[in-house]
Design a protein around this ligand. Structure first.
Ligand code: ADP
Length: 889
């Protein structure tokens, strides 16, 4: 470490070419020129006490002159210093005043230098020349100025005077400016150190330096450690005033700090990029190595060859093969990283995966077996099954018959999907379901052209790829839920699919080559017929499944749902029994649906609860295989001591056999009403609802038809003071709003006949408004069949007589009071039956629809036919319509 030293008045001078040794800096040089070797030898090597030498910077006058001078740079390690052979004017006699730069045959000697001490010396002899060289480690100590430059033998000496005296330094250290400057310098230096330490992850040794070394020396030490220009080095050397030195050093340290930061940013960027590609490279190499190790070394070329083989064996038609092969040739010429390579590959993979020829083997269709299968899978549905058998019979006689597509229409959970899968099983074909619910974009069916980013094949082609054969039974689920908008009309694409003339060459936009769909057996499902576009409907044969009666539901539950649910939960009737009476209660109190979905869910909830009970049985004794594993010696010891048996946890999803062989239960769990309430909660529906709701005048019970089958719909009417306006609420469509208007007009027009008004010309709405509401206000409603219900509600309101709570009605009405027939009669009657309604008022012309209603339901209902609105009113009120006798109608 540099400390204050007493300098002699004369020093041997070692010139440094274009380089400055600053105080505090340590440098290692190699002396090879005769003059420097001599200097080191005499001034340092041969002395007992290692002396000081002066380092003086010299500068070339001009580059050209240097050339003339010849190579004067020694091979010093990391430094240049002037060879003594440079032509310095000799002269004790002819000395120079050195306070200005002197020119010596092209060499400028600087007039300030630094005294240096040798920290280490080593001598070497060069072979084969035998030349002696020295390696010297020098430490800069303090500045001096040259008074006079002389030569001693072949090297220079100088008379010098010290520039940094101790007293001067002590004085300046009290200077407030200096204190301020030194603070600034230290802060900058500290910052630099932190950055460097972070970079090099070194400890805080450099920070110690900051605290222990006088700041004016630190300035030199710091600057000496950077690469700065010779000019800057000189100016630092010339900064004899510590304040000037400090501010210069601060500036340089700051500049260095900034440059490190910039460099760091750049490196980070470069490193980021580099490391990403390097990482990829590394991973690829590893992948290759792993594949080699596994023996499946399929790099890209092998990959393409494999793809080609796959394409060859896909059985594509000739024209498709040509197209595919052209594409393959194209990607063979591409680099895998090239844009478009991947999408082409994915495309070719699809072409290779599609079942162009691959088909399930057609089995000889056995109609009896098919009937058996349908019967065993589905209860009831006699007509539907009959129609399916007819369909299969035609296929048997004429396999390529272009019969219409079967379309099952009905509310959810009535077995549409499962019927379609039974057809597939009967035909021995694979089954694939394609959901069309919510499809609004034609591209969903036909695919996107490959020019789109992220393009994909349509759902049909995708389904065929999934199923892997060209002759599956394909279920087009929910065809009524497709809608058309600006993105095209999916229904028209479906038309092409279902048209036997066109589907031989179905063109998916993504595939861009025709695919033959003619071997596919299409079956469609829909909740309602009405939204299906007529051209599409025209291609299909509709088979309606209107929903089940409670009796049918009970049978389905007992025969199909309970065994299946038990099996799914790893149970059997040995563990859980659900008596018929309880299933009836579930149907009555917990479900009110046309299908059996929620019934199945409720049964599953019971099974889950039972499974927990069975699995928790503590008195259960393990019997065989599963538990035998437990009899380890340790356990045997514990058993022998009479301790408890440890239970093994049975993983969920094991089948019932496993459980029954593991657990033996003393008696099966029988579901009773208490368990029903515990598991399913309090009853959700009961028969008294209608009675409660119809308890006040102005409410009537209607029957409507929804996508979920028939429903009971209440209509509420009330009157209040107002201006004779009609208010309607309950998310009503235009048609139903108009029905309300018609009903009100009819009632007003017949007010006198109905004895609602005192006489002719009386305004029923004088000073009052009427408000009609359809509860379940969040559900949109529309349709004309609420006409008679509306009239009944209004008459009840104005007469203040209650409507019979056991009576529900449906029917469109005209302005003149005729009752017109409506649709969905079977569903509506079933809904009324489910609801516990006893009497149903129907338009007379719907009489013919009653044949579809199961007789068990009809037996429980009184069907009342109405031709005119008065008939409806007659049936709807207790004791008939008392006003009728007076009616002129
Ligand atoms: P959908 O397609 O009409 O919505 P699903 O075919 O999915 O209804 O049927 C729902 C569940 O009800 C299925 O588990 C099905 O097996 C069962 N199911 C429906 N109808 C019957 C029936 N008649 N016999 C036996 N199970 C039935």
């Amino acid at each position: 470490m540099a400390e204050s030293v007493e300098l002699p008045s004369r020093l041997a001078i070692l010139p440094f070419r274009n380089k400055v040794l600053l105080p505090g800096a340590i440098i290692r040089i190699r002396c090879t020129s005769p003059s420097s070797v001599k200097l080191v030898e005499q001034e340092l090597w041969q002395r007992e006490e290692k002396g000081l030498i002066g380092i003086l910077p010299v500068r070339d006058a001009a580059a050209a002159e240097i050339k003339q001078l010849g190579p004067t740079v020694s091979q010093g390690a990391g430094t240049d210093f002037l060879d003594q052979s440079s032509k310095v004017k000799d002269g004790s006699s002819d000395s120079h005043k050195a306070d200005t730069k002197k020119q010596n045959d092209g060499v400028h000697w600087h007039n300030r230098g630094v005294a240096a001490r040798a920290l280490h010396l080593s001598r070497g002899v060069e072979k084969p020349s035998g030349r002696v060289t020295y390696i010297v480690v020098l430490e800069g100590l303090c500045r001096f100025s040259v008074e006079e430059l002389n030569t001693r033998g072949i090297y220079h000496t100088a008379r010098i005077s010290s520039l940094e005296t101790k007293t001067e330094m002590e004085q300046v250290e009290q200077d407030p400016d200096f204190i301020l400057l030194s603070r600034r310098f230290k802060a900058t230096a500290m910052e630099l150190i932190s950055v460097l330490e972070l970079k090099q992850k070194t400890g805080g040794r450099t920070k110690l330096l900051l605290d222990n070394v006088p700041v004016h020396k630190l300035a030199d030490i710091f600057v000496a450690s950077f690469e700065i220009s010779f000019e800057e080095q000189l100016s630092m050397l010339d900064s004899v005033d510590p304040k000037v030195r400090l501010s210069k050093a601060t500036e340089l340290v700051d500049r260095h700090l900034q440059s490190i930061r910039v460099a760091e940013k750049i490196t980070q960027k470069v490193e980021g990029q580099l490391s990403k590609s390097q990482k990829e490279f590394l991973l690829r190499q590893q992948m290759r190595a792993i594949k080699e190790e596994l023996g499946d070394n399929d790099d890209d070329e092998d990959d393409l060859a494999a793809l080609e083989r796959k394409m060859q064996s896909a059985g594509m038609p000739q024209s498709v093969w040509k197209h595919a092969h052209r594409e393959l040739r194209r990607i063979k010429k591409m680099q895998p990283q090239q844009p478009g390579y991947n999408s082409s590959r994915v495309y070719l993979e699809l072409l290779a995966d599609l079942p162009w020829q691959k088909a399930s083997e057609e089995i000889e269709l056995d109609l009896r077996a098919a009937q058996k299968r349908l019967d065993s899978d589905h209860y009831g549905l006699v007509k539907v099954k009959q129609r399916i058998i007819e369909y299969l019979a035609v296929r048997k006689l004429k396999p390529d018959a272009r019969g219409p597509v079967l379309c099952f229409v009905g509310p959810p959970g009535v077995g549409k999907t499962s019927l379609a899968s039974s057809i597939a099983a009967a035909l021995g074909r694979k089954f694939v379901r394609i959901s069309l619910g919510g499809v609004k974009d034609e591209a969903d069916i036909r695919g996107h052209r490959r020019t789109y980013v992220g393009s994909m094949p349509g759902r049909l082609i995708d389904g065929l790829k999934r199923v892997g054969v060209c002759n599956p039974v394909m279920l087009l689920d929910e065809v009524d839920k497709t809608g058309s908008d600006i993105r095209g009309d999916p229904a028209s694409a479906l038309l092409e699919v279902l048209d036997p003339e066109q589907n031989k060459t179905f063109n998916d936009h993504y595939l861009n080559v025709p695919f033959d769909l003619s071997k596919v057996v299409f079956v469609a499902t829909a909740n309602r017929m009405q939204p299906i576009p007529p051209p599409l409907l025209d291609r299909m044969e509709v088979i309606e499944l209107p929903g089940y009666t409670p009796e049918e539901k009970l049978q389905i539950a007992m025969r199909h749902l309970i065994p299946r649910v038990l099996d799914q939960h790893g149970l059997s009737s040995e563990f859980l029994q659900i008596p018929e009476a309880m299933v009836k209660l579930v149907i009555q109190r917990y479900t009110r649906e046309a299908g059996v979905r929620s019934l199945e869910r409720n049964l599953a909830a019971l099974a889950r609860a039972a499974a927990v009970k069975v699995a928790e049985q503590e008195q259960v004794v393990p019997l065989n295989k599963g538990m035998q594993k437990l009899t380890t010696p340790l356990l045997e010891n514990r058993l022998a001591e009479g301790t408890e048996v440890e239970m093994e946890v049975i993983p969920m999803g094991v089948n019932s056999q496993d459980i029954s062989s593991t657990f033996r239960i003393s008696s099966p769990l029988v579901v009773d009403e208490t368990m029903l309430e515990k598991v399913l909660g309090p009853p959700r529906f009961d028969g008294s609802e209608a009675a409660e709701r119809v308890a006040t005048p102005g409410v009537s019970v209607g029957l409507v038809w929804t996508a979920f089958g028939g429903e009971v719909q209440f209509v509420e009417a009330t009157a209040m003071a107002g201006k004779g306006e009609l208010h309607l609420t309950g998310q009503l469509g235009d048609v139903i709003k108009e029905s309300a208007q018609i009903a009100l007009t009819w009632v007003r027009a017949r007010a006198t006949d109905l004895r609602l008004a005192a006489g002719e010309g009386f305004n029923l709405l004088e000073g009052r408004d009427v408000h009609i509401h359809f509860p379940a206000g969040a559900v949109p409603k529309d349709g004309p069949s609420a006409g008679v219900t509306l009239v009944t509600a209004l008459v009840s309101l104005f007469t203040q007589k209650r409507v019979r709570s056991d009576t529900a009605m449906t029917g469109e009405m005209t302005l003149r009071g005729l009752v017109l027939p409506v649709g969905g009669v079977k569903d509506k009657i079933l809904a009324a039956h489910r609801y516990g309604i006893k009497r149903v008022i129907l338009p007379e012309r719907n009489l013919k629809d009653l044949v579809e209603v199961p007789s068990s339901v009809l037996a429980n209902l009184e069907i009342l036919l109405a031709k005119r609105v008065e008939d409806v009113l007659e049936h709807a009120f207790d004791g008939g319509c008392p006003w009728r006798q007076n009616s002129k109608l």
